[in-house]
Design a protein around this ligand. Structure first.
Ligand SMILES: [Zn+2]
Length: 216
């Protein structure tokens, strides 16, 4: 039986649509940094700054089924790398915890709440890096638009999509997040927070803290 093409969903990605995309993210050398892969498509509310600006611009106007290579320069991604975001703290600041290079945690800084990474440990001196791990990098996204639909009024009010598990599952914390973890799980330590390593790289940092988890 022939498919009536007029029944196909041809809604275009625009402000106030909920979009699901599959993506593979590579660096300049072609190394895969992140991919939606097993997590399934990443769903977000278009025009609500759920994802980095360069990717959002790249998806704009597409329809379900479209594929595209989107090149995102640092300034439309995670910003330029800044030495000003490096700081030294004494080992004693960690108290009973044993810091390790690569460890990440949330901390209040001059620039507000940020995710800090332990970059170096030199004797009693620990170097913390407040840059996003993808700061300064040009991002190469291979994307495929899986679906586009009109956002519900509550989604517009909350600024994130609601699906598959309500606010948390489909919300600011990333619908693509592994189902076992999730930002609202109690198993996560207070230091970990929702912006753990599970966070999809395409998602804007801080999306978790902006009320995504608080609503029901
Ligand atoms: Zn919500």
């Amino acid at each position: 039986m022939a498919v009536d093409s007029t029944l196909l969903n041809t809604m275009r990605v625009a402000k106030e649509t909920v979009v699901a995309i599959e993506y593979t993210l590579k660096d300049d050398q072609g190394n895969i940094i992140d991919a939606s892969g097993d997590r399934g498509p990443m769903e977000y509310l278009h025009g609500a700054q759920n994802i980095i600006p360069g990717l959002e611009q790249g998806v704009d106007g597409l329809v379900a089924g479209d594929t595209k290579n989107v090149l995102v320069p640092p300034q439309l991604g995670y910003g330029e790398y800044s030495d000003k975001l490096l700081q030294l703290v004494p080992l004693s600041a960690f108290g009973a915890n044993t810091p390790q290079v690569g460890m990440r945690f949330h901390a209040e800084t001059n620039l507000g709440m940020r995710v800090l990474t332990i970059k170096k440990i030199d004797g009693e001196e620990v170097t913390l890096d407040g840059n996003h791990e993808l700061a300064g990098k040009t991002l190469h996204f291979d994307i495929k638009v899986v679906s586009v639909r009109a956002a519900e009024p509550t989604e517009l009010a909350h600024g994130h999509p609601h699906q598959s598990g309500g606010c948390c599952g489909g919300g600011g914390c990333g619908s693509g997040e592994a189902s076992g973890g999730g930002c609202c799980s109690t198993e996560e330590g207070s230091e970990g927070g929702c912006c753990s390593t599970e966070e999809p790289a395409a998602q804007k940092q801080g999306g978790c803290g902006s009320g995504g988890c608080g609503c029901s």
